[in-house]
Design a protein around this ligand. Structure first.
Ligand SMILES: Cc1cc2nc3c(=O)[nH]c(=O)nc-3n(C[C@H](O)[C@H](O)[C@H](O)COP(=O)(O)OP(=O)(O)OC[C@H]3O[C@@H](n4cnc5c(N)ncnc54)[C@H](O)[C@@H]3O)c2cc1C
Length: 309
């Protein structure tokens, strides 16, 4: 038997699970199909700098355990409080400022947090798993299998999504760069309501702290569904929407689109994770709302449960 726990999926939930199980004395390996871990904590180098194309930010939430991890990131300069205020743009184009919880960002991009969690773990990248059964990964015996990925991706490996079948929505993230900043300095991000194309716009230079004149816009699920085969085709309607919503006249100098077929579950399962003999699951669909803190909490709780058993 290769390891006590084989975690398939090196997003933040899989890494949190692996850490907790390993801290509990189990031998653990993480397999991820990507070139780097992080999954939807995705900072990709575009125009010679990291751009956050997946999660925009995270909120630490109430969990003392996650707050402790966040405090460690802050102490080491990996994460910092970004803003508690966004603009809300309503269907008539009216803009109001709205305060909410403090959102945290990562100066080197959010993926750097996943890389930090992976430090010291046995992680195999560019390893795509094809088939999972209880106690078996691609035909090899393991102690326990953990699937740490969106349910529809897990279902490709097992036949059905573990636990509960949930619907997921797509998003296309479009990065837009201008030669200089074209929007007000107090616009850190904007929630957009009632637009057919765009739901959220973030100032990537502001959240990363390098002041690069780069925005990242997230499409509506409806707009994304039209372009899943060719995400670049979403760029033109997104550019037009961003220019209209923020009153920007010049066209961007450069654009880049990234597709998330399974960006977020339409609803979450409520329970913190799924556990059955030989095959468990964790991720952001397990818990109260689909977010970075939920994914971490789900993986952490499952890893501890596996170690306790
Ligand atoms: C556009 C967008 C915006 C978001 N904005 C926010 C936000 O502002 N705030 C917030 O808190 N959250 C946000 N989220 C949600 C947040 O990113 C997720 O909740 C969190 O990253 C999910 O982590 P996870 O580990 O559950 O899943 P994932 O990050 O999806 O990890 C799954 C991993 O499994 C791997 N994998 C899949 N199939 C296989 C296979 N067959 N073999 C091997 N490996 C495989 C993948 O490569 C991936 O690394 C956003 C997400 C998206 C897409």
């Amino acid at each position: 038997m290769a390891v006590d726990v084989m975690v398939v999926g090196g997003g933040i939930s899989g890494l949190a699970c692996a850490r907790a199980a390993s801290d509990g004395g189990l031998s653990v390996r993480v397999l991820d199909r990507g070139r780097r871990v992080g999954g939807r904590l995705s900072s990709r180098t575009v125009w010679k700098r990291a751009v956050d194309l997946g999660a925009s930010y995270f909120v630490p939430g109430r969990s003392e355990d996650f707050r402790e991890v966040v405090a460690g990131w802050e102490a080491r300069g990996l994460a910092r409080p970004w803003t508690d205020t966004f603009v809300v743009i309503d269907a008539d184009g009216e803009q109001t400022l709205k305060q909410g919880p403090m959102r945290w960002a990562a100066p080197r991009g959010l993926r750097s947090l996943a890389l930090d969690l992976a430090e010291g773990l046995d992680v195999r990248q560019e390893h795509t798993v094809a088939r999972v059964e209880p106690y078996r990964v691609d035909g090899d015996d393991v102690g326990e299998v953990v699937l740490a990925m969106p349910g529809p991706q897990a279902a490709r490996l097992t036949g059905t999504a573990p636990g509960v079948e949930l619907a997921w929505e797509p998003v296309i993230a479009v990065a837009l760069r201008w030669p200089t900043r074209q929007w007000p300095s107090d616009l850190r991000g904007a929630f957009v309501h009632g637009d057919p194309d765009v739901t959220f716009i973030a100032d990537d230079g502001d959240r990363r702290g390098d002041a690069a004149p780069v925005l990242v816009a997230h499409t509506t699920a409806e707009r994304a569904r039209l372009h899943l085969d060719d995400p670049a085709a979403a760029i033109s309607p997104v550019v037009a929407a961003v220019q209209r919503l923020l009153g920007i006249a010049p066209d961007p100098a450069a654009t880049f689109a990234h597709r998330w077929t399974f960006a977020r579950p339409v609803e979450t399962a409520g329970a913190p994770f799924f556990r059955a003999p030989g095959l468990s699951a964790c991720g952001d669909a397990w818990g109260e709302d689909a977010a970075v803190r939920t994914a971490w909490g789900s993986g952490h709780a499952l890893g501890r449960a596996l170690a306790a058993a």
